[in-house]
Design a protein around this ligand. Structure first.
Ligand code: DC
Length: 221
């Protein structure tokens, strides 16, 4: 189906906790519909990564503002670039995930990234995934999806991904860190993880990737 040929551009917002399958599924929907995909989690990870490199802690508001003012984030295809350097293979670590979750609660970080995300979305058809896309970044998106899965299944998916990359980590540790991140993401004051009004909620625990992709595409049709 070539929705991209529709006269009017449309936006699809996909939200959900980590490990719910957002990026895998959004990427596949983008490919099928021939539209652009924007991974906003990668942008928060880029900020977390930069703060690690600069040795910054969360309380250093003035330094954080100064660093953000000279930070450039952009995508080239599915790769993410920080200040002109590709960091795609540096941001999928537990350390960066933790920093991303922690710094994503800061108003200055969210302000900068939300503005950038809206600019990137522009007037074209896109699918964007994150935590506050349907409720905030693209609150007027034509289609909204909220993905969930049990904590055990989400931890298992992340753990398998890490094992495949040769990382030594126990399932228990992945699950514990995920519970902590879920808590941070859902309880922060500014734009916490929430299901947007009218969003299609899909529990992916016992579904295959293809089944979820098909459910989303059918709902758009
Ligand atoms: O989806 P992810 O695991 O790559 O996201 C990394 C962190 O960024 C996650 O802990 C929550 C945060 N995030 C956010 O606050 N808002 C978004 N739109 C996307 C991610």
């Amino acid at each position: 189906m070539r929705l991209k040929n529709m006269k009017k551009a449309f936006k699809i917002a996909v939200d959900g906790p980590s490990g719910s399958g957002k990026s895998t599924i959004a990427k596949k929907v983008a490919k099928k519909l021939e539209i652009e995909y924007i991974d906003t989690g990668a942008m928060y990870r880029a900020v977390g990564y930069k703060m690690i490199c600069e040795g910054i802690s969360r309380g250093e508001t003035n330094r954080i503002r100064e660093i953000l003012s000279r930070t450039e984030i952009d995508f080239r295809g599915t790769d993410i670039f920080l200040d002109g350097i590709c960091i795609s293979n540096k941001i999928r670590t537990p350390e960066v995930a933790k920093m991303a979750s922690s710094f994503s609660a800061l108003p200055e970080v969210r302000e900068k990234l939300v503005e950038l995300q809206r600019k990137m979305a522009g007037e074209k058809s896109i699918i964007m995934d994150g935590r506050d896309i349907g409720t905030n970044v693209l609150s007027d998106a034509e289609y909204k999806v909220f993905l969930t899965a049990s904590i055990r299944e989400r931890a298992l998916r992340r753990w398998k991904e890490m094992k495949d990359k040769g990382e030594e980590i126990s399932l228990k540790q992945v699950e514990d860190e995920m519970i902590q991140r879920d808590f941070n993401d859902a309880t922060r004051t500014i734009n916490p993880l929430r299901k947007a009004k009218g969003a299609l909620e899909i529990d992916t625990t016992e579904m295959t990737i293809e089944e979820v992709v098909e459910t989303i595409i059918q709902s758009i049709k």
